[in-house]
Design a protein around this ligand. Structure first.
Ligand SMILES: Nc1ncnc2c1ncn2[C@@H]1O[C@H](COP(=O)(O)OP(=O)(O)OP(=O)(O)O)[C@@H](O)[C@H]1O
Ligand SMILES: [Mg+2]
Length: 614
């Protein structure tokens, strides 16, 4: 535990120095510039060392030419000098080449890391309504492949740009040696570009298809693993295997197509420079016999023909990658430009000590899952989830909210914690409108436990101390005791250090609910909302929990959302929610006597409970 906390400390969040330019009117490169600028040390090193590497690169064949000509002319002293220079240049080229690659890749990885941190920290600020209307796959692909495509451009773009400049330098140098031979020796390069483009055009769509198919396969595998209980209980293994096989065949097909296309074009692209060499040898050889060019020049031309095909092969890639990166950047910016719908007002105040009285006054609310107002149907009364809700809960009171499924019970809990804002009306705590309270302090004061709690893949202890990582072991144990979880946790072999599996599957539903309850109790909330939070816990244990809560949370305002009589009976008061409005309230027994709807909801809850007990 101590170890893991130390680990957490050392990894404390260091936000990127700069964010993107907020001006949406600018082009993507300009908007990204501030992020790149925070890595300018490496960027400047990379570019300047790169320029040196480039000159040395072009110089090698030229020096070799001098050395060969010196050897042929039997000028021994010249030969030794050129050989030494060649060694020095070679070593320099190696050193500069390594340094500028490292520097530029550092910039690329740095920008990638920054973008990922920016994106994630922005996502944590966005409201629930954003996640309601956005597929998680979309967000994940932005965080992965879109950021990656910008990184690839940043890493390889400068390299390719440099090789294009080196082409120009070499071209000029060759022209000074012999103009016709220069033109002849480069005559195959347009072919390299042409076939390179053709290859890309046929392979590129296939790589997209391949990626989509891989995602498809991953989904099937994921569903099979997570839904394995459903698959097995319906004996649907064969059906699933068939599905998987089909997806795997699709991938096979795409990959075979890709190889076929590559097999068609790659040999041509590789043969062209060799043809170029042959032409240089033939035409240049004739020129050398005529003594119009030296043997050394012939060698240099040959070396350049090989060296210069790289920019021609990669130029198309650069264009394409630029397009991809630009599209990716706009997708990333789309998320970063999204304004959080719920955020702190500048005038918002910190809640220090609260008593916990809650007032809903004329609250109206509907979910807006679409950005498009026409689609949203703002004036459509059918979408109205909460309609003109009035409810006052005294400090320290415990109130049960009872209603049919879909009547808006959980929505009330979400509004109180400002997961969503009310459309009209107001919610206040101790007389303060919750929109005037800092979100962090509001959510710290309110504990909320859902019926299907989410547990992280860490130890039970860390799950309980999630909201308060500095809690002592004694505090964690106390919270677990209150939630009646201490005994079963202590019985586990590793006790509180037991790591719960993905989503806590190794624990039963009731055990998970108790851990989630302990997690909320540890925060010592002033207002506690239990949204069906004890539905999977058996009645005996549940009543122990409530006894415990009654004594330890005497001052805590509690909202119980439940269908079981055993749970409801614990409340001071019961309110009946019907289509988003409160239609009746009173004690459990008085409602049971006079309200038919209430009686039928309770009857359903009771029959469900006895079914579960069977
Ligand atoms: N994120 C959402 N986006 C759109 N509609 C939603 C969303 N969450 C809930 N709803 C709808 O709002 C209505 C009320 O939902 P809510 O979860 O508040 O019901 P509930 O009373 O808690 O039901 P249950 O007893 O089944 O938990 C339902 O019709 C539901 O379909
Ligand atoms: Mg609910």
């Amino acid at each position: 535990m101590i170890e893991s906390q130390k680990h957490k400390m050392s990894l404390s969040h260091q936000p990127p120095k700069n964010s993107i330019n907020p001006d949406t009117g600018l082009g993507w490169v300009k908007r990204l510039l501030p992020v790149a600028r925070s890595h300018r040390k490496y960027l400047i090193t990379g570019l300047s060392v790169g320029a040196l590497a480039l000159i040395l690169n072009v110089a090698v064949p030229a020096i070799a030419k001098e050395a060969i000509d010196a050897a042929i002319g039997s000028r021994i002293s010249d030969l030794t000098m050129w050989a030494i220079i060649l060694i020095i240049v070679g070593v320099g080229r190696f050193a500069t080449g390594a340094l500028y690659r490292i520097s530029l890749f550092k910039v690329a990885w740095g920008v990638e890391t920054d973008l990922r941190a920016l994106l994630y920290s922005h996502l944590t600020k966005l409201s629930f309504s954003y996640f309601d209307r956005t597929q998680s796959g979309q967000i994940i692909s932005r965080a992965n492949s879109d950021i990656r495509s910008i990184q690839v451009l940043l890493a390889f773009g400068p390299l390719i740009a440099m090789s294009i400049i080196s082409f120009i330098l070499a071209f000029c140098f060759m022209l000074t040696l012999h103009v016709p031979l220069t033109l002849v020796s480069l005559c195959t390069l347009p072919g390299v570009y042409f076939f390179g483009q053709k290859l890309r055009h046929s392979v590129f769509p296939l790589t997209w298809v391949s990626q989509a198919r891989l995602a498809e396969l991953a989904t099937i595998v994921d569903e099979n693993i997570n839904g394995t209980r459903v698959v097995k209980s319906f004996a649907a293994e064969e059906q699933q295997v068939t599905l998987l096989q089909k997806a795997a065949r699709h991938i096979e097909w795409v990959n075979v197509q890709t190889i076929k296309e590559r097999a068609k074009f790659n040999p041509i692209i590789e043969a062209l420079p060799r043809i170029g060499m042959a032409i240089v040898l033939l035409y240049g050889g004739l020129l050398a016999i005529d003594e119009q060019v030296s043997i050394g020049a012939l060698f240099a031309f040959n070396a350049y023909v090989i060296m210069l095909q790289a920019p021609f092969r990669m130029f198309g890639f650069l264009l394409l990658q630029t397009q991809r990166a630009s599209a990716s950047a706009s997708r990333i910016f789309e998320v970063l430009d999204e304004k959080p719908e719920i955020s702190d007002l500048p005038s918002a105040v910190e809640l220090n000590r609260i008593k916990g009285s809650i007032t809903f006054k004329g609250v109206n609310f509907s979910y807006k899952n679409s950005k498009d107002p026409a689609e949203r149907g703002d004036n459509n009364p059918q979408n109205q989830i909460i309609s003109y809700l009035n409810l006052h809960i005294k400090a320290g009171e415990s109130v049960a909210i009872v209603g049919m499924t879909g009547s808006g019970k959980s929505t009330i809990a979400r509004l109180l914690t400002r997961f969503y804002d009310v459309d009209s009306g107001s919610i206040s705590i101790d007389g303060n409108d919750i929109r005037n309270i800092r979100l962090n302090s509001l959510r710290q004061k309110i504990g909320i436990v859902f019926d299907e709690p989410f547990l992280f893949s860490t130890s039970i202890g860390e799950n309980i101390s999630y909201g308060n990582p500095n809690a002592s072991d004694a505090e964690i144990h106390e919270a677990a005791k209150k939630a009646q979880a201490y005994n079963f946790i202590s019985d586990l072999e590793d006790g509180f250090s037991t790591v719960v599996g993905e989503r806590g599957y190794t624990l039963s539903g009731g055990q998970r609910q108790r851990i989630a309850l302990a997690r909320s109790l540890l925060e010592k909330p002033n207002i506690l909302i239990l949204d069906d939070a004890t539905s999977a816990i058996d009645v005996g244990v549940e009543s122990l929990i409530h006894d415990e809560l009654k004594s330890s949370l005497r001052d805590t305002t509690t909202i119980l959302i439940a269908q079981r009589v055993s749970t409801i009976a614990l409340a001071d008061r019961v309110v009946l929610l019907q289509d988003g409005a409160i239609t009746d309230e009173g004690s459990h027994s008085s409602l049971l006597e006079r309200n038919e709807l209430y009686a039928s909801i309770i009857a359903e809850g009771t029959s469900r409970t006895s079914e579960e007990a069977d």
